[in-house]
Design a protein around this ligand. Structure first.
Ligand SMILES: C[S@@+](CC[C@H](N)C(=O)[O-])C[C@H]1O[C@@H](n2cnc3c(N)ncnc32)[C@H](O)[C@@H]1O
Length: 296
């Protein structure tokens, strides 16, 4: 499938996806436009305005489009493949809009809802507690029909837990980039040392593609903006400059103590109560070095 890899295709995501063959992507990671109507700026952030694409649609039209895009991605993903979809909960005149509303209408199996704890709020008004979280939906295309469970992650990846404390990116000129650690964690966890093809259908400044390249994979990006595609290509060309971030992330995927060692030392063995320590709380259950140190 070399013809469709290691490049960025320019155009409307749905039109481009429809022209691609079936079953060739191993894993995808993306953050689509959130349909924030372009007027929703917070006190602490600029409003997101993309170069070409409008982020101002009726919610119905937006959700219909996201379902169509996700189903096309499902078609081009291999059986047993994965897709990580970053989104967030939003409110329209006080009514909550949750991504699960349209995710349940797609062909994907929803494997997990991961909380991305950004540690910082965009809007600090008091209508609600300050929203410091976004979500990452881990979606799965079963390898065998009706087997929704799939393969287990290696312990060194699963130990990273379902709450990811990762600071937002603030050095990137793109209006809404995610940090390199985010796609790196998704890709490395499901592919481990296996080589594959990585997709980002709304690739923006190319963060997912840089992570894929540095981890030794082939990649495919799509974006509607010529300006962002140039930004991505430049970043991919200079990807070694960002390798240190990748190396720190992959070094955090590790098992510090085996089950036997933890048992001998009275550490966490799956029971929350043990003779030596009494009741364990969450911090005792995982080695602290597995958490992102920047937030400690
Ligand atoms: C949230 S940004 C992605 C940022 C990316 N994760 C990064 O780290 O730079 C969404 C991207 O989708 C692109 N986009 C919006 N609508 C599109 C469409 N219909 N077709 C293709 N790309 C689109 C925008 O140009 C923007 O770069």
């Amino acid at each position: 499938m070399k013809k469709n890899t290691n490049k960025i295709l320019k155009g409307d995501v749905l039109e481009v996806l429809k022209k691609l063959p079936s079953n060739f992507i191993d894993v995808g990671v993306t953050s689509p436009p959130y349909n924030k109507q372009e007027n929703k700026k917070g006190w602490l952030v600029k409003n997101v305005k993309y170069d070409i694409a409008s982020d101002k649609k009726s919610e119905l039209e937006y959700q219909k489009e996201q379902i169509a895009v996700l189903n096309e991605i499902y078609r081009i993903t291999k059986n047993g493949g994965h897709f990580f979809y970053n989104h967030k909960t939003r409110w329209e005149r006080g009514t909550m809009i949750h991504p699960i509303e349209w995710l349940l209408k797609t062909n994907w199996v929803i494997r997990q809802e991961i909380i991305w704890d950004r540690g910082i709020a965009a809007n600090i008004r008091g209508w609600r507690f300050w929203q410091t979280d976004e979500r990452i939906y881990w979606l799965y295309k079963p390898s065998i029909k009706d087997n929704k469970i799939g393969e287990e992650l290696l312990s060194k990846h699963a130990l990273l837990t379902s709450v990811w404390k990762i600071r937002p990116e603030n050095k990137n000129p793109h209006p809404a980039p995610f940090p390199l650690v985010l796609p790196a964690r998704c890709i490395y966890s499901v592919l481990n040392e296996k080589r594959g093809v990585v997709l980002d259908p709304y690739c923006g400044s190319g963060t997912t593609l840089v992570a894929a390249k540095l981890l030794g994979h082939d990649y495919l990006g799509i974006d509607i903006s010529e300006e962002y595609i140039s930004m991505s290509n430049e970043r991919i060309k200079n990807s070694m400059k960002e390798k240190i971030i990748l190396d720190i992330e992959t070094s955090n995927h590790k098992v510090i103590k085996t089950f036997k060692q933890r048992k001998e030392e009275g550490g966490f063995t799956g029971k929350f109560r043990n003779k030596k320590n009494g009741l364990l709380d969450a911090q005792d259950t995982f080695p602290i070095s597995l958490f992102d140190k920047s937030l400690l």
